[in-house]
Write a protein of this length. Structure first.
Length: 365
């Protein structure tokens, strides 16, 4: 009886703490180094998820299930349109546990053929005034085989996407080989693929933005796809800093290759309009900017792609989704699904349920 009392008391206290994420947990987490907090949070979720009753507790707090939230896309059924963007669970170590936080899908990676350390630390920075993050992680990940071993534990709670890229030390003539190695090996273990060609934090980036090379890469991956009995959807993740001429090229590439869709968008190299001082930004240095500062730019790119293409291909919208309104704005602009990352860090796990509630409310009006 005493053990039961202590356990239920602990659950009650833990629940209150998680419900006070922005007022209690976030200020505490933000005292410490962002990358260390990231891995501490992983360990915390892993540990608590093993305690009897806690998976059910997480689901009761954060999961909203309703058939009206389901989305049919790429021949897949998404439980709801709110997903977790790539970069959070790079090594596919937490997707089973994160499924209990209300996501409709989770994208793992970016995965490269060989494990690599990424760029030197310190490489992850919070911009609190702007509700943003700058990272120059550099595709740090444990490698393809490690990701596969983790994905073998998939309990099929929700759709898993595989975000793939090249190793930093790969020569330009071998870029396609890296993508194909990841695509072929991950094919049995993920539900869709994302070709990450727009990350600003990896070397030799120019070739990945070349229209002719993109068409070559997409063609090679699509050809490999035909070797499997069940083909998987393939999407392209683009940068938020593209001008209208470059977005027109993206439309041409997608339509010309019959690509399954686009994710708009990745992190930005633009630093205009930030509240954070120039001195602080100079001390941080280069890296990809995410969060609220890229919200409008991402939404504008989504709207341009949707309008100019007459909505001939699906779009997953990501970038600066910190509220239900941010999510609805992206859906209104033409996104079919949305993803969060920085918003998950700043707003906490309750954000997913808040967005899904807002979607349901709009549908009932």
């Amino acid at each position: 009886m005493l053990i039961y009392f202590l356990f239920t008391t602990f659950q009650f206290i833990f629940t209150k703490i998680f419900l006070m994420y922005k007022s209690l947990l976030r200020p505490l987490f933000f005292i410490f180094d962002p990358e260390k907090v990231h891995y501490f949070t992983f360990s915390l979720i892993k540990f608590t998820s093993k305690i009897p009753g806690f998976k059910r507790l997480y689901r009761s707090l954060y999961v909203l299930e309703n058939e009206k939230l389901e989305r049919q896309l790429f021949g897949l059924t998404f439980k709801n349109p709110v997903g977790l963007a790539a970069g959070f669970d790079k090594n596919a170590v937490l997707f089973n546990e994160l499924a209990n936080f209300g996501f409709g899908f989770i994208e793992i990676g970016t995965v490269t053929p060989k494990g690599q350390e990424g760029n030197p630390k310190k490489r992850l920075f919070r911009l609190k005034e702007d509700q943003g993050i700058i990272n120059r992680m550099g595709f740090n990940n444990a490698g393809l085989q490690s990701a596969i071993e983790k994905l073998k534990t998939n309990k099929r709670k929700l759709i898993i996407g595989g975000n793939i890229g090249k190793n930093t030390d790969t020569k330009p003539e071998d870029y396609t080989k890296d993508y194909l190695a990841c695509f072929n090996a991950l094919h049995p273990h993920v539900d869709y693929f994302v070709l990450n060609v727009s990350c600003p934090n990896v070397g030799s980036h120019a070739k990945l933005n070349d229209k002719d090379y993109l068409e070559e890469l997409i063609g090679a991956v699509q050809k490999a796809n035909t070797n499997f009995e069940k083909q998987k959807p393939i999407l392209l993740k683009i940068a938020p800093d593209l001008n209208t001429n470059q977005l027109d090229e993206i439309i041409q590439i997608v339509q010309g290759t019959n690509l399954d869709g686009v994710i708009a968008s990745n992190t930005s190299t633009d630093r205009s309009g930030l509240k954070t001082s120039k001195e602080v930004l100079k001390a941080i240095g280069n890296g990809g900017l995410s969060g609220q500062p890229v919200k409008d730019k991402s939404t504008q790119a989504i709207k341009y792609l949707a309008d100019k293409s007459n909505k001939t291909f699906p779009i997953i919208g990501v970038g600066g989704v910190h509220s239900a309104k941010d999510a609805l704005d992206k859906l209104d602009a033409g996104a079919d699904l949305i993803q969060i990352y920085t918003g998950f860090v700043y707003e906490g796990p309750g954000l997913i349920k808040t967005i899904n509630k807002a979607i349901l409310k709009r549908m009932s009006i």
